[in-house]
Design a protein around this ligand. Structure first.
Ligand SMILES: C[S@@+](CC[C@H](N)C(=O)[O-])C[C@H]1O[C@@H](n2cnc3c(N)ncnc32)[C@H](O)[C@@H]1O
Length: 308
């Protein structure tokens, strides 16, 4: 039998899963067994893919099980079946929010994939930034799938810095995500010093306020910058995005890696409705939009420009 390796887990092929998981039981804190059967996994996987667009192959079994185990413990439930019945029985919007917060992967960093930010400063701002200033418009950036805000605030620090050198330049940043948990953190704008390590010293001095309690080792994004960045909930699977702004730049990085090709194509086309002519979209270097029917041309790896 060929096993699938998932992190430190070895998973049996799906056809053998049922038998294997009859024996394999994880213990909750109350010592009641948690059995995420293949059928229950399939129910949750169907929901995740249908509602969030996130593909859920069998290799994600351990991930789903581990993340739901925490939630089931919090609810003092006895089994995954009990939780599934609770979750699916009613239009349980409150639980849906907890579930989405638990199931999404929110890894992010300040200055992640830093060459994008170099490109923003060296190429995009002298072109589209100057054009926005001449028109008297604000330069607009959308961090689409913003997680806890690091990407949006990284852009904000650089745009704030540019504004001090370019009279008349002004900007606004929007961050959107499906998870209310990360949006809450993003709005608070409080980060541990270890998370802020990639921020250069001159930008730290300008845009970070250290906690007066030195033992805490946290800093907060300065109020002037927080006022420039707003965060809203948005599910990329929605038919129409309720966003009126037209953006100069969209960061859409490390999100579509979770989607199938058809979902990627549909989402990028919807995002492009809010991207101005000549505007830029950044994807992650690990993501490719090759073969997708979208109104973008690749100008360098992981950097795309909307047709004029
Ligand atoms: C790995 S993080 C990427 C964060 C940031 N863009 C970066 O590159 O560092 C992916 C984010 O996409 C969000 N996400 C996943 N599916 C989504 C959906 N259907 N609608 C909106 N956001 C979604 C997750 O909640 C998560 O915060």
């Amino acid at each position: 039998m060929r096993y699938l390796r998932v992190g430190c887990f070895l998973l049996p092929p799906y056809s053998n899963m049922a038998r294997t998981f009859e024996r394999q039981q994880l213990e909750t804190s109350s010592n009641a067994p948690l059995e995420l059967s293949p059928q229950t996994f399939a129910r949750f996987a169907g929901f995740i893919t249908g509602e969030l667009g996130i593909k859920m192959p069998e290799s994600k079994f351990a991930l789903v099980q581990n993340r739901l185990l925490r939630r089931i413990r919090d609810l003092h439930m006895k089994s995954a079946e009990e939780y599934a019945n609770y979750f699916f029985a009613s239009a349980n919007l409150h639980e849906r929010e907890h579930f989405i917060n638990a199931i999404t992967t929110n890894k992010t960093d300040f200055f992640r994939e830093p060459d994008h930010f170099t490109f923003l400063c060296d190429v995009v701002l002298p072109d589209l930034g100057s054009a926005a200033t001449r028109r008297g418009d604000r330069f607009k950036v959308w961090s689409a799938g913003c997680s806890s805000g690091e990407e949006a605030y990284t852009a904000g620090m650089l745009l704030g810095d540019y504004a001090t050198r370019q009279p008349g330049f002004d900007f606004a940043i929007l961050g959107t995500d499906i998870s209310t948990k990360v949006l809450h953190s993003a709005r608070a704008g409080i980060y541990e010093d270890s998370q802020l390590a990639p921020v250069p010293p001159d930008l730290r001095r300008k845009y970070l306020w250290h906690s007066l309690n030195k033992a805490k080792r946290v800093s907060r994004i300065a109020p002037d910058l927080r006022r420039k960045v707003s965060f809203h909930q948005l599910n990329f699977m929605e038919q129409d995005y309720p966003i009126k702004d037209v953006f100069d730049v969209v960061f859409f990085r490390n999100v579509m890696i979770y989607f199938e090709k058809d979902v990627q194509e549909a989402v990028i086309n919807k995002i492009c409705r809010n991207l101005g002519p000549g505007g830029y979209l950044f994807s992650s270097h690990t993501e490719s939009v090759a073969d997708l029917k979208i109104p973008l041309k690749c100008v360098r790896p992981a950097v795309y420009r909307k047709f004029e």
